[in-house]
Design a binder for this molecule. Sequence first.
Ligand SMILES: NC(=O)c1ccc[n+]([C@@H]2O[C@H](COP(=O)([O-])OP(=O)(O)OC[C@H]3O[C@@H](n4cnc5c(N)ncnc54)[C@H](O)[C@@H]3O)[C@@H](O)[C@H]2O)c1
Length: 248
Amino acid sequence: MGKLAGRACVVTGGARGIGREIALAFARAGADIAVVDRRGDLAAGTAAAASTHGVQAHAFTADVSMEQDVAAAMSAAEAALGRIDVLVNNAGIITTAPLADMPVPVWDEMIAVNLRSVFLCSKAVLPGMTRRRFGRIINISSQLGHKGAPNMAHYAAAKAAIIGFTRSLAREAVRDGINVNAICPGAITTELGGDIPSGLRARRLAEIPLGRFGAVGEIAPTAVLLASSEGDYFVGATMNLNGGDVMV
Ligand SMILES: NC(=O)c1ccc[n+]([C@@H]2O[C@H](COP(=O)([O-])OP(=O)(O)OC[C@H]3O[C@@H](n4cnc5c(N)ncnc54)[C@H](O)[C@@H]3O)[C@@H](O)[C@H]2O)c1
């Protein structure tokens, strides 16, 4: 029996990158999966790969920054899986701009996709989790929420806010059987980093004590831990997987 056998899990942003790897690791551990992503075509690919592990796997297209999309996707996922035991709030974007030149729509989009989505998706799954007195919410923040980065004030602000959100909801929901935790990855090689200027990329690499970027496969096992019964004593934790870049 896998560590997550019988658990019904939703992963946002699971079409590619860290979210895809978490969805596949969950499926390998026996979980049924719903992938929610604005890239429905790629999300279907993740679901197809997950289903080769003998679990149920579904894909739903949604923009997780939009209230109606989230409500529709979460109720479709709940209908398909029977319930939602685990939510991974992973969907996110990166853009860069010096603050003085940052257009307000760029700021607003960042906060909507990377932070509002965490609120909307968590809010959508909480009633069912509370009724069943069981749930796990895993929020993908970032080490930049601790450290900050030039030209990324909007991203770092959203990711730092996720840590505060995680600690608050963890305190609010734990007596209902719902554990809420965050993972703060360091620099992980995915397509998300494709937009980061090469100068910044080289500076980032030089700052990492381990001397290399991380891989998606180095994040997923912590998500499996937090989703499994082995993670029952983690409440409001921020798991810092970053090659030593930020030691907190
Ligand atoms: N890669 C890194 O170095 C790194 C480091 C720290 C934190 N993170 C965080 O990890 C998460 C995943 O990052 P990644 O590197 O795998 O990125 P990625 O770009 O490879 O994947 C992000 C996924 O989110 C989806 N997505 C984006 N906006 C969406 C929206 N509005 N609605 C629905 N889906 C949406 C994309 O379609 C994509 O499938 C993000 O929250 C990111 O901020 C990444």
